[in-house]
Write a new protein. Structure first.
Length: 310
């Protein structure tokens, strides 16, 4: 066999071996550079992109996307990105400036596109700067809406990296199956709380989409964003009145928000304080270090505080 024939055969063999693999081999470079704006979106993009995507998440687990302050290293990641995955709707208040400063040519993929959105309802005394935000951005707290977000991520990855199509489709399908199981589990868990007692009062208004899916009304101390962490006395008196009127046994702090204010309000209203809820991922090894884990933790925390004693 001459040298050039041997080379061609070797190349064919390598090619067929590579295309039979479900994902790239460990030592190959990733096919795409992607940026996700915060921890939960980072989990979603990693689930669909797997090894083919070199992913940078801007706001890490435990961090609050509302009050994030980007570092110079974050701009470097943006400059090299092929895709940026964001919520949109003005949620990432800091992203437009970062994008212009970095000069990135990345495609921005807005994950609220195509979703049924709920209106934002800023409370009296809330941050006036955000009165113009028409829609509530916390869509990821409803697993059914997340299934649509996963399809958007899948399609954006396929468009940017067509060779990975089979991998992205398989990964998305597997994750949607996990989301369907999660959704069924949550529905069964929340059924333990009588309908008239499904009232969720939290530090800030992150849980309207969870409420929309599972039949909870929602209210909060801080309103739709956490940027005004020091509400006026009139707003605090109003939420205490609303808690008393609601007749709830407990209100809930959030893991990424300082709990001292809602603890004080709970004491003043004479109700207990539930376990903190995750609306972003928790630190590694915590109960909320993946989206699936944080949603199960939240369901357990809500049901144990609001369901009648068995
Ligand atoms: Zn929020």
């Amino acid at each position: 066999m001459n040298r050039s024939v041997r080379l061609i055969l070797t190349a064919l063999l390598l090619f067929s071996a590579a295309s039979a693999l479900p994902a790239r081999a460990q030592d190959e470079p990733a096919a795409l550079n992607a940026v996700a704006t915060f921890s939960v979106l980072g989990d979603f993009v990693a689930q669909v992109g797997g090894e083919r995507v070199n992913l940078t998440t801007l706001v890490p687990a435990g961090g609050d996307p509302h009050t994030f302050e980007p570092s110079p290293a974050d701009s470097v990641a943006l400059a090299d990105a092929d895709l940026i995955f964001e919520i949109g709707l003005g949620f990432e208040t800091w992203l437009d400036d970062m994008v212009s400063a970095s000069g990135t040519g990345a495609r921005r993929v807005v994950l609220t596109d195509g979703l049924d959105l709920l209106p934002a309802t800023p409370h009296e005394g809330g941050d006036e700067d955000h009165a113009g935000e028409d829609y509530d951005p916390h869509v990821w707290l409803d697993p059914q809406r997340v299934m649509i977000m996963i399809a958007t991520i899948r399609d954006a990855l396929i468009e940017a990296d067509p060779e990975g199509e089979a991998v992205y489709r398989l990964n998305a399908e597997n994750y949607v199956r996990e989301l369907e199981m999660l959704d069924a589990e949550l529905e069964a868990a929340f059924a333990l709380v009588p309908e008239q007692d499904r009232q969720l009062i939290t530090s800030h208004e992150a849980f309207a989409y969870l409420g929309d899916r599972y039949g909870f009304t929602v209210d909060s101390v801080l309103g739709i964003t956490t940027e005004s962490a020091d509400p006026p006395a009139a707003a605090l008196a109003a939420i205490i009145d609303r808690i008393r009127a609601a007749g709830v046994p407990a209100v809930f702090p959030e893991t990424a928000v300082n709990p001292s204010l809602i603890e004080q309000i709970a004491a003043d209203a004479g109700v207990s304080v539930g376990q903190p809820l995750f609306d972003v991922l928790g630190e590694p090894e915590s109960d909320g270090d993946t989206y699936l884990a944080m949603m199960r933790h939240n369901a357990l925390a809500i049901v144990s505080a609001l369901a009648p004693a068995q």
